[in-house]
Design a binder for this molecule. Structure first.
Ligand code: P53
Length: 483
């Protein structure tokens, strides 16, 4: 049999962004507010978790018409720079551009009677620009951008009614972009329900701990059902469409060879992979029944839900990969009440300035594990290094640290392909500098393209090519041979 030795010819090289981190234009052309735009920027960069959202903080945010405390309102003004930015992606040779649609541009309150034509026209123009450059759009339908209207009206995904609102939104997208968008992702990092409002669009910061898990898993269940129905809807509207799920993969290692530590790591991996188990295999895995019962989570299921989950499994599996984790035997349900955590230090790995442990081999391990478990095509839709960059006096950015990070991960993807893993593509996170999701910083930069803007929103917004720009260009040009 043939053992592949390299990246497939049609490999989707590119980059990935999200509307709320790049677009700006937060109140233009009829767009409504999203939950992303009411989260205040973090005060501590190593504070991995977002500033909590409460009913009071939302009221303050809604009354505030500026972007001072809310950098996601300004993004990098992709709303007005998309032609220039997509042209730069094309110059690097991108085959794919992953972006999200902001639901509140299309349905400003989330469940309006009619879609907002001006919002749709923006994405028409973005997709036309991609097509002009031969770039395949990969579209995330919901990337931490629940319309605030749904939060205020029904506490977002905590309510089952949000499923219907979502399906009206997806029907508009699938009909309008039939033949234009082939690859869709339903929910970005669906396991971000662990981060509360960001993932669920529900306000739960003031709830007692025990009630948080209940709310978040119920919200998640509604997302699972919505996602499964969207898969079926997409296939009915456009038989050529491919719909994937998306997980923040947290590859976890045991701290020592002590079987208790090994079991702790296995458990942590189960709690991470369970989301994809549901979306790819069409049912909740048995181990979650024990977890739910031990943590007094009681899911409310409608009569058809299990059948919907079985019928609406995904066509491919996408995930983000930034780092690996070390399991602590103390891991329990509090992980789901307090949000993503960096966990214990791995003495064998370096970490970024934000404490994210850099582990290229972990990507090969994850790819193998996920391929073995699901036998579905995989797509790495986020990977990258957040770092502060320095512009030299001659306008250059020498980001060799970023090149090293990406080179290591691409080399390990190649190993995984040689191991037999089916890999569709690789879109790096933030091909252009953007606002960070967790801390809302501009100075946490991921891009091949530098954007002249600081954490307070000062700057010309000029776009500059970093050293990594030219490096990635030749990686794509050589189809991953020339690293
Ligand atoms: P930032 C944590 C762990 C892994 C992925 O994150 C994460 C996060 C943050 O919630 O999110 C994804 O900008 C997410 C992107 C985000 C990117 O990783 O906090 O899908 O929206 O920007 C990087 O450095």
């Amino acid at each position: 049999t043939d053992i592949p030795t390299t990246f497939p010819k049609d490999f989707l090289w590119g980059g990935a962004t999200a509307a709320n981190q790049v677009e700006g234009g937060w109140n233009l052309d009829g767009k409504g507010l999203t939950t992303a735009e009411v989260v205040q920027k973090a005060t501590d960069r190593l504070h991995f978790r977002r500033t909590p959202v409460t009913a009071d903080s939302i009221a303050v945010a809604v009354a505030d018409k500026t972007d001072t405390l809310y950098p996601k309102r300004r993004g990098i003004d992709f709303y007005h720079h998309y032609q220039e930015d997509i042209a730069l992606f094309a110059e690097m040779g991108f085959k794919a551009f992953r972006l999200s649609i902001s639901w509140a541009r299309i349905f400003p309150k989330g469940d309006d009677a009619e879609p907002n034509e001006a919002g749709l026209r923006f994405y028409d123009a973005v997709f036309a620009e991609c097509r002009r450059h031969g770039i395949e759009p990969v579209v995330t339908i919901s990337h931490f951008e629940t319309p605030l209207g749904l939060t205020l009206k029904q506490n977002g995904w905590a309510s089952r009614a949000t499923i219907e609102a979502f399906l009206r939104y997806t029907a508009v997208l699938f009909n309008r972009y039939k033949g234009i968008v082939k690859y869709w992702l339903t929910f970005n990092e669906i396991n971000a329900i662990q981060n509360g409002t960001t993932g669920t669009g529900a306000v739960d910061a003031d709830l007692p701990l025990a009630e948080k898990a209940q709310l978040r898993f119920q919200a998640l269940h509604h997302q699972f059902v919505a996602s499964a129905r969207a898969v079926q809807q997409a296939h009915a509207i456009d038989p050529a469409a491919k719909v994937g799920c998306m997980l923040a993969r947290m590859q976890t290692y045991p701290k020592t060879a002590d079987p208790e530590d090994v079991r702790a790591a296995q458990f942590a991996d189960q709690l991470n992979l369970f989301y994809t188990d549901v979306q790819a295999r069409g049912e909740y895995p048995e181990y979650m029944n024990r977890f739910f019962s031990e943590n007094r989570v009681q899911l409310v299921l409608a009569p058809d839900d299990e059948e919907i989950l079985r019928q609406g499994t995904v066509d491919f599996i996408s995930f983000s990969y930034y780092m690996s984790m070390v399991a602590s035997p103390a891991l329990n349900v509090t992980q789901f009440q307090e949000g993503f955590a960096l966990g214990e230090k791995n003495p064998y790995l370096p970490a970024s300035a934000w404490g994210w442990q850099i582990d290229p081999v972990g990507l090969r391990i994850s790819l193998n594990e996920m391929w073995d478990r699901y036998r579905l095509p995989l797509f790495v839709v986020e990977n990258g290094l957040g770092a502060e960059d320095e512009v030299t006096t001659d306008g250059k950015i020498h980001d060799d640290y970023r090149i090293d990070y990406l080179r290591g991960h691409i080399a390990q993807m190649k190993e995984a392909i040689r191991d037999g893993v089916q890999l569709m593509g690789y879109t790096t996170w933030g091909p252009i500098d953007l606002i960070s999701a967790s801390t809302s910083e501009m100075s946490k930069r991921y891009g091949f393209i530098y954007v002249d803007q600081d954490d307070d929103g000062n700057g010309t917004l000029a776009r500059l090519r970093k050293d990594s720009f030219y490096w990635y260009q030749q990686v794509i040009q050589s189809n991953g041979e020339n690293l």
